[in-house]
Design a binder for this molecule. Structure first.
Ligand code: BES
Ligand code: MN
Ligand code: ZN
Length: 499
C-alpha cells in the first residue's frame, strides 16, 4: 500500500473517507461529501444508528453523481479523547473495512476537530500509520486461494492542510512500521525455516545495509568465552546456537549506549522436561523478545535515530535428545555463577543470563532492558493486556509506563524482593533455575537479577502474554505475531534518550 499526503482537493475516485464526531455532528469534509452526493450520506444516516463513536462506520456505495466507489463516514468519538493512538486505531479500522471491501484506492479527509490536541499535520500521519499497521499480512506459505488473500488497496492518500508536516511526521512512523513488520515476520515464521542461524543471517542482511554493525558469535566462539548457560540450552538441538550483537551509533557524541537484550528461543519444546502437546503449539514464537529487539534496531537505523543503541539476542532451539541438557545438570554461566537446572523448560532465563552478562561487560550501557516470552505465569497474572515489568530503577519504570500508555503497548510493574530471591536457592550450586509453584514470573525475574551487575540500571519485560495473539485481532495487529515492544521502546528512546 502506497501512502501519500496531499492538500485537500476534490475526491473523484476510490473511497472517500470522512469523519463525524460523538453525538453525530459531521465534520466539514463530510458535509461537502454529502452535498456533492446530492444528500446521499444524510439519507443513509437516517437508516443507520450513527452516533459518531470511535470507529463506527456508515458506508454509501456508488453514490449517484459522484465518481467515488464509496463514501465512508467514520466516527471519531470525542475530540478531547482523539489522541495519537485513537487516530491510529481509526486509521486501522477504516483500512480493515476497505481491505475486506476489495477497495483499490482511498482518500482520507478527516479534519482536526476543535478540541483535539494532536497537531494538524500529525493527525494525517497517525491515521496513515494505523492504516499501514493494518495492511500487514503474512501469506508466504499459502499456495491456494491466493485471490482471497490478495490486498487490493494499492493507494491511500491522506488529505491534510499541511502535507509537508504530515510527510515529515510520517517518515519516522513509516520506519517504525518497518521495524514492527520485521518483528512480526520473525515471530510468524515457522521454526523449521527460522532456526538460530537463519535468524542471524536475516539480521545481518536486513540491518547491515542500514548502517547497523552486526556481529554473530557461533558456538565455538561462545564456548571459548564461557557462555555455559546459553550453550547448555542449545546443546540438545541439531541447530547451532548464535549470539547476535547489533550496534547503531546514531548519536552525535560518543557515550554509553542504551542496550536491549532479547530471548530468542526459536522453538521451545521444553527439552527433556518436555511440554505437553497443547503447550508446544505456538512455541515458535518464543523468540518474540529477540524479534522485538531486531525490529527496534531496524526502526532506529531506518529513521536515523540520534541515539547509540545496542541490541543483543541469544538464539537457540530448546530440544530433547541424547545430547540435551538434563534436569539435575549444573551449568557455569558466563558470569561465573553456577546454575542447577531442575527444569529444562525454564530455559529462557539461562539464555538471558549469559546475554545480559555479555552486554553489561562489553558495553557498560546506560541501561539494559531485556524482553522475553519468559513465563506462563505472567500470562496467568496479566493476561494479554499488559507485559510485566520488573526493575531495579523506579525512574526507568515510570518512563516505560508512560511510553506504554502512549503507544498502547502497556506494561505493569511487579515486585522484586529478597524474599522471592530465597526461592531460587540451590542445594548444590549458586542457584537453581526454578522457584516454587507460585509467583513464577517473579522468581524468573529474581533469577535474571542475579546476572545484573552492580550499578547497572535494568528492566525486564516479560512479554509471554503479548508477543502473539490467539484470540480476537486487535485493529492494528492483523496477524498472530504482534511485533510487541518495538513501538514501546522506540517511544522510550524518542522521549528520553535522543539528543
Ligand atoms: N517460553 C516459555 C514461557 C511461555 C509459556 C511463553 C506460555 C508463552 C506462553 C518458558 O520457556 C517456559 O517454559 N516457562 C516455564 C517455566 C517453568 C518451567 C518454571 C513456564 O512458564 O511454565
Ligand atoms: Mn520453556
Ligand atoms: Zn521458553
Amino acid at each position: 500500500m502506497n501512502i501519500t499526503f496531499a492538500a485537500p482537493a476534490s475526491v473523484t475516485a476510490g473511497s472517500w473517507v470522512v469523519g463525524g464526531l460523538e453525538g453525530g455532528a459531521l465534520l466539514p469534509a463530510a458535509i461537502s461529501a454529502d452535498k456533492a452526493s446530492g444528500g446521499a450520506l444524510s439519507r443513509a444516516l437516517k437508516f443507520a444508528r450513527f452516533k459518531g463513536q470511535p470507529g463506527q462506520m456508515v458506508e454509501v456505495l456508488a453514490p449517484a453523481g459522484l465518481g467515488v466507489s464509496r463514501l465512508l463516514l467514520v466516527g471519531l468519538g470525542k475530540p478531547e479523547a482523539l489522541d495519537e493512538k485513537a487516530l491510529e486505531v481509526i486509521g486501522a479500522q477504516v483500512t480493515a473495512r476497505l481491505l475486506s471491501g476489495g477497495e483499490s484506492k482511498a482518500s482520507f479527509q478527516i479534519e482536526a476537530p476543535k478540541g483535539c490536541k494532536v497537531k494538524k499535520g500529525e493527525i494525517a500521519a497517525h491515521l496513515a500509520f494505523g492504516a499501514r499497521l493494518r495492511s500487514y499480512a503474512f501469506n508466504q506459505y499459502r499456495t491456494k486461494n491466493l485471490a482471497e488473500y490478495e490486498q487490493k488497496l494499492a493507494g491511500l492518500t491522506v488529505l491534510t492542510p499541511d502535507p509537508a508536516a504530515a510527510k515529515k511526521a510520517y517518515a519516522g512512523l513509516a520506519a517504525l512500521a518497518d521495524g514492527i513488520f520485521l518483528a512480526r515476520d520473525l515471530v510468524n515464521e515457522p521454526p523449521n525455516i527460522l532456526y538460530p542461524e537463519e535468524f542471524a543471517r536475516r539480521v545481518k542482511t536486513k540491518l547491515s545495509k542500514l548502517g547497523v554493525k552486526v556481529e554473530v558469535l557461533g558456538e565455538a566462539e561462545m564456548k571459548r568465552q564461557g557462555f555455559g548457560a546459553l550453550l547448555g540450552v542449545g546443546q540438545g538441538s541439531a541447530r547451532d546456537s548464535q549470539l547476535v550483537v547489533m550496534q547503531w551509533n546514531g548519536a552525535k557524541k560518543k557515550g554509553k549506549p542504551v542496550a536491549f537484550v532479547g530471548k530468542g528461543v526459536c522453538f521451545d519444546s521444553g527439552g527433556i522436561s518436555l511440554k505437553p502437546g497443547a503447550g508446544l503449539m505456538g512455541m515458535k514464537g518464543d523468540m518474540g523478545g529477540a524479534a522485538a529487539v531486531t525490529g527496534l534496531m531496524l526502526a532506529l537505523a531506518t529513521r536515523k535515530a540520534r541515539v547509540n543503541a545496542v541490541g543483543v539476542i541469544g538464539l537457540v532451539e530448546n530440544m530433547p535428545g541424547p545430547d540435551a541438557l538434563r534436569p539435575d545438570d549444573v551449568l557455569t554461566s558466563l558470569s561465573g555463577q553456577t546454575i542447577e537446572v531442575l527444569n529444562t523448560d525454564a530455559e529462557g532465563r539461562l539464555v538471558l543470563a549469559d546475554a545480559l552478562t555479555y552486554t553489561q561487560r562489553r558495553f557498560a550501557p546506560k541501561f539494559v532492558i531485556d524482553l522475553a516470552t519468559l513465563t506462563g505465569a505472567i500470562v496467568a497474572t496479566l493476561g494479554f493486556e499488559h507485559a510485566g515489568v520488573f526493575s531495579n530503577d523506579d525512574a526507568l519504570v515510570t518512563r516505560l509506563l508512560a511510553a506504554g500508555r502512549y503507544t498502547g503497548e502497556r506494561v505493569w510493574q511487579l515486585p522484586l524482593d529478597p524474599f522471592y530471591d530465597k526461592m531460587i536457592k540451590s542445594k548444590i550450586a549458586d542457584m537453581k533455575n526454578i522457584g516454587g509453584p507460585n509467583s513464577g514470573a517473579i522468581t524468573a525475574a529474581q533469577f535474571l537479577k542475579r546476572f545484573i551487575e552492580k550499578d547497572t540500571v535494568w528492566a525486564h519485560l516479560d512479554i509471554a502474554g503479548v508477543a502473539w495473539q490467539d484470540g480476537e485481532q486487535r485493529p492494528m495487529i492483523p496477524s498472530w505475531g504482534t511485533g510487541w515492544g518495538v513501538r514501546l521502546l522506540n517511544r522510550l528512546i524518542i522521549e528520553h534518550y535522543e539528543a
